[in-house]
Write a protein that binds this ligand. Structure first.
Ligand code: ZN
Length: 279
């Protein structure tokens, strides 16, 4: 009896162990471009406030749940790691480029990398509430990188329906203001063609609909096709880069420096993505 009981207990323990391994695999973070986890698993939440909602969404996700990867530009540790950041990496079109850059800041010192991450998190929460599966290229603001080519790889490996990079500009012309959406042009693959253009226009319309002005100093009518953005060049998914505004413009700096302002940017970006997805 004792021996059978021990066997049964062992089998039960093994079952529980297997179950926990399966469940554990489902909650593995997919950030950092880990090639071992290319599946469409949800990112581990960095905040706990809405973790219950995220868990519920994860368990009910169907195979056709849209996947969006948000890419907050730069990182808080970049400035103190110049060797890592300046190493050359593939940039597409046969070129190479620095791994990453430090980004800009407002005149008062509020850094772009912090703005980008906060807006991405806020936009991600909004998308998650609407049933979208959201991944991030980074979820902390004290690290280094990832490099631009690694950021592109994360979106590619997640087979994202849309990849949206979030940035703010740093034009030294204080009067320059407004947002623009950058994308890869001329396109290097099918996703960079019409799908990316539809995403770009949806983001532009989302921003404009929320009352943000189109940049008058860059791009045309809020759009800017470029051949020098590695993350856009290397994307095999529909991708766009939102330059939310000019951090050196006093009015936009004030909006970007406030939580309320960042929520407005995030909601506008989320609305654009949702319109693109038809969600
Ligand atoms: Zn930037």
């Amino acid at each position: 009896m004792a021996a059978w009981s021990a066997v049964l207990t062992t089998r039960r323990l093994l079952s529980l162990l297997l179950l926990s391994l399966v469940l554990g695999a489902c909650s593995q973070p997919a950030t950092g471009g880990d090639p071992a986890t290319p599946s469409r698993t949800a990112n581990s939440p960095t905040e706990t406030a809405d973790s219950a909602t995220r868990t519920a969404n994860t368990t009910t996700q169907a195979a056709n749940t849209p996947v969006v990867v948000l890419d907050p530009g730069h990182n808080g540790g970049n400035a103190s790691h110049p060797a890592a950041i300046n190493r050359q990496v593939p940039a597409g079109r046969g070129r190479s480029k620095a791994c990453n850059t430090t980004g800009t800041a407002t005149a008062a010192g509020y850094p772009e990398h912090a703005f980008n991450l906060d807006v991405a998190r806020r936009a991600g929460r909004r998308l998650t509430e609407r049933g979208i599966e959201v991944g991030y290229t980074r979820t902390a603001d004290d690290g280094v990188g990832p490099c631009v080519h690694e950021r592109a790889r994360i979106g590619n490996e997640r087979e994202a329906d849309a990849v949206v990079s979030i940035h703010a500009d740093g034009s030294t012309d204080r009067g320059a203001h407004g947002f623009h959406i950058a994308y890869s042009a001329p396109p290097l693959n099918e996703a960079q063609g019409e799908p990316a253009l539809r995403l770009v226009r949806a983001l532009r319309d989302g921003m404009r609909g929320a009352g943000f002005p189109v940049a008058g100093y860059l791009g045309e009518n809020g759009l800017s096709g470029r051949d020098d953005l590695a993350g856009m060049n290397l994307s095999t998914r529909p991708a766009a880069l939102v330059e939310c505004g000019n951090m050196r413009n006093p009015q936009e700096a004030a909006a970007m420096s406030s939580a309320e302002g960042r929520q407005r940017y995030a909601e506008a970006i989320a609305e654009g993505i949702l319109a693109y997805l038809g969600a």
